[in-house]
Design a binder for this molecule. Structure first.
Ligand code: SF4
Ligand code: SF4
Length: 156
């Protein structure tokens, strides 16, 4: 039996609410990067965890806090989710750090059937920072309130 874990990009799973449905679907169907396992070999998904968020250039080792949660359960392989392979600027650093710390774990780049990475990045960009509707925050509320007040003052 292959005991595997999945590490996802927290931009997708935390900020953008992905429940890893496509990863899990292809795992069940043995598609994408899960097709590399022998058909007769059962796959046990031990767990899924998201990355710890931007590590800055100072501490890419931060990823180990997350990997530790899976590595302690006799993991054979750790899959970097497709989204991580498409989006993460730290992935090579993460790979080296994880390999050094857990040399017994095979690291796999990908999960579900890969898509065009540029197209996927464009879609993610649109979700994180929509072109037609710039995300609003409390400052927009404050500016709007000041504007309304000024308009009222002008009328009186
Ligand atoms: S690879 Fe796709 S399905 Fe899997 S966690 Fe990332 S965005 Fe979700
Ligand atoms: S460090 Fe990489 S995997 Fe983690 S949230 Fe940022 S882009 Fe995603």
């Amino acid at each position: 039996m292959a005991r595997i874990g999945i590490l996802t990009c927290s931009n997708c799973t935390q900020d953008l609410n992905c429940a890893s449905v496509v990863c899990l679907g292809d795992l069940r169907k043995r598609k994408g990067l899960f097709a590399t396992y022998k058909k007769e070999e059962p796959i046990a998904l031990i767990g899924i965890i998201s990355c710890a968020g931007c590590p800055t250039l100072a501490a890419p080792e931060k990823i180990l806090t997350r990997v530790k949660a899976l590595a302690g359960y006799r993991l054979d392989a750790l899959h970097f989710s497709y989204c991580m392979t498409a989006l993460c600027p730290f992935i090579k650093k993460y790979e080296n750090i994880i390999r050094e710390t857990y040399p017994e774990i095979t690291l796999v780049h990908g999960t579900h059937t890969p898509r065009n990475k540029n197209e996927f990045r464009e879609e993610v960009k649109e979700l994180l920072y929509p072109a037609v509707c710039v995300p609003q925050d409390m400052n927009d509320v404050i500016h709007q309130t000041v504007k309304i007040k000024k308009n009222k003052q002008k009328k009186t």
